[in-house]
Design a binder for this molecule. Structure first.
Ligand SMILES: Cc1cc2nc3c(=O)[nH]c(=O)nc-3n(C[C@H](O)[C@H](O)[C@H](O)COP(=O)(O)OP(=O)(O)OC[C@H]3O[C@@H](n4cnc5c(N)ncnc54)[C@H](O)[C@@H]3O)c2cc1C
Length: 551
């Protein structure tokens, strides 16, 4: 028996096509939720070349759910702001929201292959639940009523069919699964091109986002710089409209421009190029991320401009949104219809991300002369007029609200924020970050200074992902209680706009599901019932039987 035949199972509940950052993170989450899954990755190992580097606070939280936040943060370079220059003049200095109570920096820079490695290691912790097969490519997909039949081909050309209840396509921008499903991304792409160069050069420079518009080193161009770990710099510069893209990436054309720029900013240490590539921004998405038993996530579902850093970051949010829902469906606690909410919430998020990304792109690479004129006016004015500076402030990645999600529960406390569909805010209470409580199951935050509460007594009832952990957040110590946090400064109460008896119910992905004042246990029980009841149709979860012709 060949290696492929020995190793690949005949059946797995969830098959993930593609072991990039999104596929591997999804696998690690599913593994932690006790779901067996198989990642099939075409390449022999992690990605190479210039890919994502800016990892948002929200992504760091999601990596925390798989136990990978510590090494991520240790290796990554945190940053909180940046500067923009018009020619030689500094026109903007910006800071992203950050305060000492936050668990993570608003952004860290780290190469994508490190994120993949950490997510992969996180899958191994869940062994045997999550398994990764390298050098194996999905080449055919056949959806049947009770299963998806996925043909996997190893490097030598050997093929095998794996049956799965669910196939998640995380196979990137050129998704094979999307193509085999005859689905097309919809939207538009920009003409403007950027050369992306990663170089190695030792530096002591502060970690920040640096942008130059029409700099003396490269007149007419826009240049972005980001420092990465291991003495690596990312330099992106805009290519002139009439420049041939093939010529633009030739070292003899790239290196003098980089050298000129490094000289301009006073970096004189020896340097060498690592990767050179060319990029143009795309705003594309599928209209639906669920097609029967096939789900789409990450770049396979959407392509958003790199300006605004929402590609990998939004892909990790896809994984965070999908994992708990898929786990509930696979484990027979919720009906497959729950997966439609994955699609509607994340398609909504993509549309928002595209809108933000498009604004950043149009500023970085104006699509026509009118835009260019407007940008120049804003840049000229920004050096003198502080009110104009907001126009040139880059939008960074923040999680998108699901205000219209059908999962949201109408509240009797409807004016208070966070409300259903918002991301539950961070607060540091008694040395613990509230966001560190999320990611494993449902969390109830009961804001109460009363000594006892019937709700609190209901505490953790074991339902797997659908379990509920209730934490009392009180402003003074209230007896001996293991699931209690004393919010001495009242910060959590303020951030959650809490009054005595406020109960905020948080989903496993850190979004608020509903909030009430002094709810009865029955109300909470009803809110969770749809995640805890066995659906009528057994076929959603059962391992499909072999068809007659496959025995
Ligand atoms: C220059 C550049 C800079 C970027 N910077 C940022 C940034 O700072 N922040 C950010 O958030 N995003 C950034 N992005 C975007 C980010 O890189 C992508 O959004 C991210 O890689 C998407 O992850 P993914 O897992 O969905 O897809 P991918 O990373 O593309 O992974 C897909 C995987 O599927 C595999 N595969 C393909 N076909 C098959 C098949 N048939 N069978 C099995 N496996 C298959 C591939 O080998 C690959 O490993 C940047 C992108 C570029 C190009």
């Amino acid at each position: 028996m060949s290696a492929l035949n020995r190793a690949l199972p005949e059946y797995v509940p969830v098959l993930i096509a593609g072991g990039g950052p999104v596929g591997l993170t999804l696998a690690a989450l599913l593994g932690r939720y006790g779901v067996e899954c198989l990642v099939v990755e075409a390449d022999p190992s992690y990605c190479e070349g210039s890919r994502a580097i800016c990892i948002s606070r929200r992504s760091q939280e999601i990596m925390g759910w798989i136990g990978a936040d510590k090494p991520l943060v240790e290796k990554g370079l945190p940053w909180t702001g940046g500067r923009s220059y018009f020619r030689s003049t500094e026109v903007l200095r910006f800071s992203m929201p950050s305060d000492p109570t936050e668990r993570f920096a608003p952004m860290i820079n780290i190469q994508q292959f490190y994120v993949e490695e950490l997510a992969h290691r996180a899958t191994q912790v869940t062994t045997p639940n999550a398994d990764v097969h390298w050098s194996s490519r999905v080449v055919d997909v056949e959806q049947r009523a009770d299963a998806v039949h996925v043909t996997v081909e190893a490097t030598g050309g050997e093929r095998r069919v794996v049956r799965a209840n669910w196939l998640v396509a995380c196979d990137g921008g050129r998704s094979t699964v999307r193509e085999l499903s005859r689905l097309a991304l919809e939207g538009m792409q920009y003409e403007g091109r950027y050369v992306i160069v990663d170089i190695e050069q030792a530096t002591e420079r502060t970690v920040e986002r640096l942008a130059w518009f029409d700099p003396p080193s490269n007149p007419g161009s826009t240049i972005l710089m980001h420092r990465q770990p291991d003495n690596v710099w990312r330099i992106d510069y805009q290519v002139a409209d009439d420049e041939d893209p093939v010529e633009a990436v030739k070292p003899e054309n790239v290196l003098p421009r980089v050298e000129s720029h490094l000289r301009m900013i006073g970096e004189s240490a020896p340097w060498k190029p690592l990767w050179i590539s060319i990029y143009n921004a795309k705003c594309l998405t599928l209209n639906d991320y669920r097609h029967g038993r096939v789900l789409f996530a990450g770049d396979a579902a959407h392509l958003v401009p790199i300006f605004g850093v929402r590609g990998l970051n939004s892909g990790l949010d896809d994984a965070g949104n999908l994992a708990w829902k898929l786990a509930l469906v696979v484990q027979g606690r919720a009906s497959a219809g729950l997966l439609d909410s994955y699609s509607s919430e994340r398609v909504h998020a993509t549309r928002q991300n595209i809108a933000y990304g498009a604004k950043s792109t149009e500023f970085m690479a104006p699509p026509h002369a009118g835009f260019r004129l407007m940008r120049e006016a804003a840049l000229r004015l920004a050096s003198e007029d502080t009110t104009v500076r907001s126009l040139i402030n880059p939008r960074q990645s923040t999680p998108i609200e699901y205000s219209d999600s059908r999962l949201n529960i109408p509240s009797d406390d409807r004016n208070a924020r966070p409300r259903a569909g918002d991301v539950a805010p961070e607060a540091l209470v008694q040395g613990r970050h509230l966001t560190a409580l999320f990611g494993a199951g449902f969390v109830g935050l009961l804001f109460s200074d009363r000594p006892r509460s019937a709700l609190k007594e209901r505490g953790a009832i074991e339902y797997g992902v659908a379990r509920l952990d209730v934490w009392r957040v009180s402003r003074t110590a209230v007896g001996k209680d293991t699931n209690a946090l004393v919010d001495e400064s009242g910060e959590a109460w303020r951030r959650y706009a809490a009054v005595e008896g406020s109960f905020v119910l948080v989903r496993p992905d850190g979004y608020v599901l509903g909030r009430w004042i002094d709810p009865s246990w029955g109300i909470i029980d009803t809110a969770l019932a749809r995640f805890r009841s066995r659906p009528n149709t057994e076929d959603e979860t059962r391992a499909p039987a072999l068809a007659q012709d496959e025995r």
